[in-house]
Design a binder for this molecule. Sequence first.
Ligand code: GLU
Length: 442
Amino acid sequence: MSANVVTRIAPSPTGEMHIGTVRTALVNYIFAKQNGGKYIVRVEDTDKERNKTEWVDAIWRDFEWCALTPDATYVQSEHIARHRELLLKLVEENKAYISKEAKKDDASQTVEVVRLRNAGGIVTFTDLVRGEVSIDTTELGDFVIARSIDDPLYHFAVVADDGDAGVTHVIRGDDHISNTPRQILILEALGFTRPAYAHLPLILAPDRSKLSKRKHGASLENYRAQGFLPEAILNYLALLGWNPGTEKEMFTVDELVSEFSLERVHTAGAVFDIEKMKWFNHEYIKLLSMEEYGARLTAFIESRGESAPSYMPEILTELRNRARTFSEAADFLLDGEFSFMEETIPTPAAELLLKGAKAEASAVKEHLQTVADMLANHEVFTADSVKDAIFAYATEKGRASVLWPMRVALSGKEKSPDPFTLAQLLGKERTLSRIAAALGVF
Ligand code: GLU
């Protein structure tokens, strides 16, 4: 493939970025890098009623966060003079004409729209994903390309900007496929070279409806707020509608640049599975160093206006093993899931110590005492070594009658991690003093 490949992502700044836009951006980025080409971000801000500058800023921030760094950026409204020039050229060449007509929603007013002369007929293009696509344009008639000579419609602006920027590959969502023949007619009138097209399958909700920001929370901002890592999001998005043909699932963007291929993209819509994205996120979280994980988690908790409990550093490994996102980890912490890590806890009632033990109080007391004696002589307080020390005894006496009260004594709670993990997290001193306190309730 030639080195002059130019791709672009062209988001409209009308709200939070849809996760599908991130996927399209990723594929454009990958394709440009694969071909030593250029990847452009063009903000399509010509819809004056729906655009907001805060959403323009959000686009730059979002792509920076994902590290989908563009080689060039444009804002479409900067091209208004050029659009006017091209519209006038089409009118002068009689490829388009100014049509005085009644305003659509108010027949008492007239407008001067610009219409493209359309001979009609079938437009055929080869889509890199879908193959040959033919669409009849006869019914479009002389369609409108600008509301006035100063106010081009979306189709015209896209074609003009793609042409001027030398875009060679238009890679975008399937929802644009029906726009393509119209845009080809405009570009032929303008005399631009036709780019290659690739329409990516839509991302669907589990019920196979279109994945929506409003109904399904499918914005990048929402996933960022839930504590997803950008690497995990991009990895997951790459696999929506594409697979490498091997078992491999974990891909950095650099690996995608060498392994992704548009030819392997499916035409069928791809169902978005949040659980699978959480799985990816967990895999990426486990790759962070403990130090990095702690720093990021602290920042995440603070961004919610909360502060991390002082015992957080002691349970980081446990948190990282259990929580698939920063938001899950923050919820564990702030909901008191690990409150047993407080320096002191209320001593559990006898009733709770007995609840799951399936044994008499006298037996439970005896087991707690034995566990205390065994651990008093035990030095290495890892979960495995504590388990080694106690497990044979527990198995002999009945696991529930030994391990339930031990776990409740250590955590003070009905639900908690297993007693060996608790012993490791609490350390020898706190473990022994909590068992002693529990013995005192009988
Ligand atoms: N601005 C359009 C959108 O946000 C994309 C245009 C294109 O990719 O051709 O859907």
